[in-house]
Design a protein around this ligand. Structure first.
Ligand SMILES: Nc1ncnc2c1ncn2[C@@H]1O[C@H](COP(=O)(O)OP(=O)(O)OP(=O)(O)O)[C@@H](O)[C@H]1O
Length: 364
């Protein structure tokens, strides 16, 4: 491609965009470079590609492609490539102070691996270059302190009003589990649970995180509905397992979010197949194809099929989740790909708001 140079020896922006549009990637739509703000040129001629979502893998792929083009003799101009996560609209609700986007992770029933998925998704978003918070909204059975290896820690306060999140593996976390002993959390009634949750959201000093991943309590009842309504959710991810019954339940989970006008990004099928820790063989012990069919029947995106693997359980039970402790493993790769999909689809399905952090108070 001929990069025309103007009188300042700078290439023409439209030509650069046309060139970049030849690069295709699952995280990008067609003619992506033409989208507002993606490729810009400053007054001094500097060309910048700015991805508005967590995009480390994408940036690596783009840089590789540019190198290939150069080796093939293209006179590619110098490009600065960066990511700057954009805050997106969450219905009509103002954003939570210090949080750009809220992703809730939910499941229609307990024990399907919702918390395991939340933690590894949060870590994978971080690995994709984002600043990430995680909130344990599972007020009846908070598991985050064990999963992050932070049991016994407590949030501190700097201003006497807000809690500083507990940092672990590069994530900023808060959980009712840090604040009350397990036995007390179990007996909370609906309004108390809602109030505790509102406090966790409002009174945590989130340090301008790009994404706040919220691990919801399992189920599709009033509590879950009221939590989903209480705060500005950008989108939801529904976790299920491959058995027919679980899939039928997952539909209920999707319907719940529809009731409160929260967009559902898609479904994660957890324990999709078994990876043998001895030989690496993949075995679909709960059957195959159910989640794919469900997703296509209901027009949902199947975001990931996470294997059942002994080290996913061992790692998280030991407070060192797989994405943090074995980032090179095959199963960590599944979470990294999930994060890539979640971040890009969130952006492409969303609507940007001005890059300012406003204050909201979650109703009790
Ligand atoms: N893909 C997986 N491979 C192996 N073990 C898993 C996997 N996903 C979850 N587990 C294990 O299954 C158990 C239940 O997972 P988890 O606590 O994440 O479920 P949950 O849906 O959040 O449960 P709850 O309803 O209690 O909130 C945990 O011991 C976890 O380590």
């Amino acid at each position: 491609m001929f990069f025309g140079r103007n009188k300042n020896s700078q290439p023409d922006l439209d030509t650069v965009k046309t060139f970049l549009n030849q690069f295709t990637h699952a995280s990008l739509g067609e003619d992506w470079a033409d989208k507002q703000g993606m490729v810009t040129q400053s007054k001094n001629g500097e060309l910048k590609v700015s991805f508005p979502f967590a995009a480390s893998s994408l940036i690596e792929a783009l840089e590789g492609w540019i190198e290939t083009q150069k080796s093939a003799g293209e006179d590619v101009p110098t490009l600065v490539i960066e990511q700057k996560v954009a805050p997106l609209k969450a219905g009509e609700k103002p954003l939570i102070k210090g949080v750009k986007n809220v992703i809730v992770v939910s499941s229609a029933k307990g024990g399907v691996g919702k918390s395991t998925t939340s933690v590894n998704l949060a870590l994978a978003l971080r690995a994709q270059g984002a600043k990430v918070g995680i909130l344990d909204a599972d007020i009846y059975g908070p598991s985050l302190p064990i999963m992050l290896g932070t049991k016994g820690k407590q949030p501190t306060t700097l201003d006497g009003k807000t809690m500083e999140p507990v940092e672990a593996h590069g994530l900023f976390s808060n959980s009712i589990g840090y604040l009350v002993p397990d036995e007390n959390a179990m007996v909370w009634r609906g309004p108390m649970a809602s109030k505790a949750f509102a406090q966790l959201v409002n009174e945590t000093h989130w340090p301008d995180v790009d994404y706040l991943v919220v691990d919801m309590p399992p189920g599709t009842g009033d509590i879950q509905l009221s939590l989903a309504q209480q705060f500005p959710v950008t989108a939801a991810v529904v976790v299920t397992t491959p058995q027919d019954l679980a899939l039928a339940d997952a539909i209920k989970g999707v319907a719940m979010f529809e009731k409160v006008a929260v967009p559902v990004l898609g479904v994660v099928e957890n324990m999709s197949y078994h990876i043998c820790s001895q030989c690496g063989h993949h075995e679909p012990i709960f059957g195959q194809g159910g989640a794919v069919k469900m997703a296509s029947d209901y027009g949902l995106s199947l975001l990931a099929q996470v294997p059942l693997h002994i080290s996913i359980r061992e790692d998280i039970d030991a407070g060192a989740p797989t994405v943090a402790s074995k980032p090179e493993s095959e199963h960590a790769g599944v979470y990294l790909a999930l994060a890539e999909k979640v971040a890009s689809q969130l952006f492409w399905h969303g609507e940007r708001v001005a890059d300012q952090i406003s204050i909201t108070t979650v109703s009790e």
